[in-house]
Design a protein around this ligand. Structure first.
Ligand code: FES
Ligand SMILES: [Fe+2]
Length: 371
């Protein structure tokens, strides 16, 4: 590889990938017999829980004349459209009743469906599976299942704590994701007296390897700038700490840090809401400090600061992006961002051709940068 590579001009596209699970809402905000609005990939959804507490997700649009269903009546089983009273089973969207039909009118009510989406509760979030757009014929499309369950945080003991935080960013999914994996902004964006200053910048070298639909920053070289790592160092000496960071399409970053019997895991997602809006959700699980009451608050404080710094930065960046500038990605610091775009393109290509996805990374790669 040449010592100096010309920066590559690269504009982000804003294609939002279907065929994946996405986080819709924190589970503690969705109550039984209530209806909530959410938007994923520009699809309006109405989300709720049935009488038993099982979550569901329907397209927030009546198949009759498009009325949003979120203001309808819900009895814990069926949802009634506020316009003409059609009723739908919340779990599969199947129409149950059209009140205007007379007894001799034989229309097959059960062939009509409000769009419904596979929905699961996992690690404090309601996840919704956004399938590939089906053939037109809305209103008569039966719901299809998800091929896999929603992603889970990896846990290494029975007892652990969980906490989440979220922030909305006024940028596309692509800027949200490459902002999340970008190693070079740390010393400039995440400064704090209790954390690090921009003078702590130093050269780093990390090993990466391809994994299905993504890449892994290999184990056993924890970044001294990582928050949970700093906490873990109070428990174990640096040599016994191992960490792995994975990114997989469409939007999932997982970090696992282990030190003997102690562990810390997080699953962060950047969810496309609309073309220029995304939301970051960080959910963390850990078994250290379980008995110390203030630690969840402390972790939330540290992560909250980080996420808020990222959010504010992206808010400012969004101002600049309004003018549609040319962008560039440079080696090695922006290589993960390049991989992200290549993975996305490879995924879309495999969908288009029906062939197996061709992974853009051939084998282990070492990247170097200063941060
Ligand atoms: S628009 Fe929903 S019942 Fe008519
Ligand atoms: Fe950041």
């Amino acid at each position: 590889m040449p010592e100096l590579e010309l920066p590559q001009r690269q504009a982000t596209d804003t294609v939002m990938l279907t065929g994946f699970w996405y986080r819709a809402l924190p589970a503690d905000r969705v109550h039984r017999n209530q209806l909530h609005k959410a938007t994923l990939l520009e699809i309006p959804l109405v989300i709720g829980r049935d009488r038993q507490g099982h979550p569901f997700a329907l397209r927030d649009s009546c198949p009759h004349r498009g009325m949003p269903l979120n203001s309808g009546k819900f009895d814990g089983e069926n949802l009634e459209c506020p316009y003409h009273g059609w009723q739908f089973d919340v779990h599969n969207g199947q129409c149950q009743l059209i009140p205007s039909l007379t007894t001799d009118q034989t229309m097959k009510v059960d062939r009509i469906y409000a769009g419904s989406y596979p929905c699961e509760e996992q690690d404090q979030f309601i996840w919704v599976y956004i399938s590939d757009p089906g053939p037109q014929g809305a209103g008569f499309t039966k719901p299809s299942g998800a091929p896999d369950p929603a992603p889970q945080i990896e846990k290494f003991s029975d007892k652990y704590k969980l906490a989440y935080l979220q922030a909305e960013m006024p940028v596309s999914i692509d800027h949200g994701i490459i902002g999340l994996m970008d190693p070079a902004h740390g010393p400039f964006v995440h400064q704090a007296w209790w954390w690090r200053s921009r003078h702590s910048i130093h050269e780093k070298q990390k090993n990466f390897e391809p994994i299905p639909h993504g890449f892994r920053m290999a184990s056993h070289t924890p970044s001294s700038n990582s928050a949970p790592y700093k906490l873990l160092r109070l428990y174990a000496d640096a040599d016994s700490i191992s960490t792995t960071i994975d990114f997989v399409l469409p939007n999932v970053r997982t970090e696992t840090i282990r030190a003997g019997k102690y562990w810390f895991s997080s699953l962060t997602t950047v969810t496309p809401i609309a073309r220029n809006q995304c939301r970051i959700d960080v959910v963390a699980a850990w078994n250290l400090f379980r008995w110390v009451p203030f630690v969840p608050d402390l972790l939330k404080f540290v992560f909250g600061k980080f996420v808020e710094q990222d959010r504010r930065t992206m808010e400012m960046q969004a101002e600049g992006l309004k003018h549609d500038p040319h962008l560039m990605l440079i080696d090695d610091a922006d290589r993960p961002a390049k991989w992200y775009f290549q993975l996305k393109a490879a995924y879309l290509e495999s969908k288009r051709t029906g062939r197996e996805m061709k992974h853009p990374i051939n084998g282990p790669v070492t990247l170097r940068w200063r941060s």
